[in-house]
Design a protein around this ligand. Structure first.
Ligand code: GTP
Length: 706
């Protein structure tokens, strides 16, 4: 665990004096805390101008020709004082071997190279890296001897990590391996949350009497931003002995502070040292754990004594952390894959058994509860246009639609809106007096006919009990170099914080899965809307078709259709030598009906007559209004005799009927039949002649013309 790095350790030799002017505050306001943390985060911890004193530091220009910086303890290594060395070339015996390593550093294009060397009969380990134009070399004496079984032990530990099957198993295997191979009294894995607070999620303590931190949280201020950034550039940080005064770096003419980010000996911030003392620590080793290039957590080892590390141990620790990180990534991927597979399974419901896209409403009824379970929600809603489909807890449609309107106005471009605490957000009004606290809203893809719709998942409150190692707002703020900064915490006393009013955290994998689901639903909506449009279109076409072929008053065929029927039947009769009879009849003295009883009564007669005579016909006969009070019947497969008989039957049926007001109505019938090879015009003319004859011969009769 690291602390608030808020000092400027650039003050060589003086960095360990206690800070003055501290102002103890029992409770800090959020703003004060924020400001102090921001000030801490600007602290240049990467240029401390000092190193940990168990090692030595040299920095050169011009291919080792000019020594520009060295640590004040360099005489102990080279037998010559810093004053005599600065401004001169590196000793020849160093230059020759170091030039090779410099070439290697440049060829590998890596941040640093490490190598064994022998300087003045001392076995040392060197770390070489570039800092601006300077080439820095950090020299550490080799410490300790590893047992001959070290490598086989390391291998066994690697196997344990490699075959671990869950997050807990992996982290426990890691802490155990580090504890056994590297030592330290306490080995922890510390995971960052979305606000950079850390939680101890695995811990191994060598002694039962040692204070435990498992499950406890440390505030984000313990590892400020620039320290987190240092971990991204150099994942390993080893503090060998916090009680030793650091060795300052002396510069020749160039007074620049060198950036020691890539090294291993960088001196420790005085505030962090105080923090370590407050925690009772004398040494520590921290190695960053990354997931998808983002700092995920730290392996953090605490020593109650000074703990010089053998180089192989340090490398082994780093290798074990890398292996565990890969294992964690794999497990995370398995977990995410399983989640996406479950979502995928519900997506199958999009298509019905007969390969058609299901109606969105039916989809919600079928899959809504599964979605709620997978997304750990208590309400899922799809709002589009003025429609709402939902499953789960109650939230009135009007509120969902109002929320959708807000989303379209404020979040359409971003496409998502996620909140764990709606009551503390701009959209609180839509959720008043409800138990909904978390929302994840995903815009349906643009261009769909879903009219700027949104898929929304809601969650209830989840009361969280957080166990903190020390209370961040009970810290002191110190005034250091004119700025308010966080002081090292003196209290690691655990306390519980109850967080109310917010839902559980929405995961990134959940957001991604919701986006695919929203895409599917948009397809379902569009397809379904197209389907509905098609249905409406086909109904409109049917209606149009009906209008085109039907007489609006009597609802029997109109003249257009009867001409079409005549043409059809003429060609069929021609091809298959069928008989085809045609009747044309006209109501007698219909003008009188209109004149005596009015036009409406006349209409009623036309309608009544159509209904009456339609019933007398076979299904195969076509009956239509030829015009005004004139009607035609096309009787298929009917010779002249049969057609005359039909006409006579119709005449009698009509004569026998009475119509309201009007009473009895009669009609005159002309009958003929199709003669091979003749046209429609000639057939119609002949039947018209027959009708004319019927009228001429006294009406209410049937006249056939051959
Ligand atoms: N109410 C009503 N009358 C119609 C309609 N179509 C035509 N008529 C009337 O039918 C009458 C036809 O009159 P005319 O052609 O003189 O024949 P008619 O009175 O039936 O005499 P004949 O055919 O010689 O027996 C006219 O008064 C038309 O206005 C209609 O759709 N509704």
């Amino acid at each position: 665990m690291r602390s608030s790095y808020c000092s400027n350790a650039a003050l060589r030799g003086q960095v360990y004096t206690a800070l003055t002017g501290s102002t103890a505050l029992t409770e800090l306001t959020k703003e004060q805390l924020q400001q102090a943390m921001e000030n801490c985060a600007t602290e240049p911890v990467h240029t401390p101008d000092a190193i940990q004193p168990h090692g030595y530091f040299l920095a050169f220009n011009n291919n080792f020709e000019v020594l520009t910086h060295c640590s004040e303890n360099i005489e102990a290594l080279l037998g010559v004082s810093a004053e005599h060395l600065l401004g001169h070339s590196a000793p020849d015996y160093l230059k020759s071997s170091w030039k090779e390593h410099l070439l290697r550093l440049r060829q590998l294009a890596s941040d640093s190279v490490g190598f064994d060397d022998e300087i003045n009969n001392n076995d040392v380990y060197c770390t070489m890296y570039a800092s601006g134009d300077s080439i820095c070399v950090e020299v550490e004496p080799l410490v300790g001897r590893l047992s001959s079984s070290f490598l086989s032990e390391l291998q066994a530990h690697q196997e344990q990590i490699r075959f671990s099957n869950s997050l807990d198993e992996t982290l426990n295997a890691l802490t155990k391996s580090i504890g056994e191979i590297i030592g330290f009294e306490r080995v922890m894995v510390y995971k960052f949350d979305e606000e950079w607070n850390g939680q101890v999620i695995a811990e191994l303590c060598k002694q039962s009497t040692i204070r435990r931190y498992l499950h406890q949280r440390f505030p984000a201020s313990d590892i400020p931003k620039q320290v987190r950034e240092l971990y991204s550039k150099n994942p390993l940080r080893s503090i060998v002995n916090s009680t030793q005064k650091p060795a300052g770096i002396i510069a020749h003419e160039d007074k620049r502070s060198l950036d020691l980010t890539k090294g291993v000996l960088r001196a420790v911030s005085p505030i962090h040292l105080t923090y370590m003392q407050n925690m009772g620590l004398h040494s520590s080793l921290s190695i960053a754990i990354f997931q998808e290039e983002k700092l995920w957590g730290l392996l953090s080892c605490h020593g109650l004594e000074a703990h010089p590390l053998n180089i192989q141990q340090r490398h082994a620790a780093q290798a074990l952390v890398t292996l565990a990180s890969q294992r964690l990534i794999l497990q995370q991927q398995y977990e995410t894959a399983a989640f996406f597979e479950a979502i995928e399974n519900t997506r199958g419901a999009l298509i019905s058994d007969n390969q058609e896209i299901n109606e969105p409403k039916a989809l919600f009824e079928r899959e809504g509860n599964k979605w709620l379970e997978l997304f750990r929600g208590n309400l899922v809603a799809l709002a589009y246009g003025n429609n709402v489909l939902k499953c789960g807890a109650e939230l009135p449609d009007e509120r969902i639609l109002a929320f959708k309107k807000w989303l379209n106005k404020k979040c359409r471009l971003v496409g998502t809106f996620v909140s764990r605490n709606v009551m503390d957000s701009e959209v609180a009004e839509y959720f008043e007096e409800t138990a909904l606290r978390g929302v994840m809203a995903i815009a349906l893809p643009a261009g769909s006919s879903s009219q700027q719709g949104w898929l929304m998942f809601f969650r209830p409150e989840q009361i969280e009990e957080l166990e903190w190692a020390g209370r961040p707002n009970k810290d002191t703020i110190e005034h250091y170099k004119g700025k308010a900064v966080m002081s090292p915490r003196t209290s690691f006393e655990s306390w519980k914080e109850t967080i109310k009013g917010q839902s559980s955290l929405w995961l990134d994998s959940e957001r991604k899965a919701a986006i695919s689901l929203a895409e599917d639903l948009a397809i379902a909506l569009s397809a379904y809307e197209v389907e509905i449009l098609n249905e409406q279109l086909s109904a409109a076409n049917d209606k149009l078709e009906h209008l085109v072929h039907t007489d609006a008053l009597t609802q029997i065929w109109n003249r257009y259709h009867m001409e079409y029927v005549l043409d059809e039947q003429i060609s069929a009769a021609k091809r298959y030598s069928h008989e085809l009879g045609v009747i044309l009849f006209d109501i007698d003295n219909f003008k009188d009906v209109n004149d005596n009883y009015g036009h409406d009564a006349g209409d009623a007669v036309l309608i009544g007559l159509s209904k009456l005579l339609e019933k007398e016909l076979r299904d195969t006969d076509d009956f239509g209004r030829w015009g005004g009070e004139e009607f035609m019947i096309v009787a298929k497969h009917s010779d002249l005799e049969a057609t005359v008989a039909l006409a006579e039957r119709l005449r009698q049926r009509l004569e026998a009927a009475t119509f309201d007001d009007v009473g009895v109505v009669t009609a005159s019938f002309g009958v003929t039949f199709y003669k091979g090879g003749e046209s429609r015009a000639s057939l119609v003319k002949r039947v018209d002649d027959a009708l004319y004859d019927a009228k001429e011969n006294g009406r209410n009769r049937v006249v056939a013309v051959e």
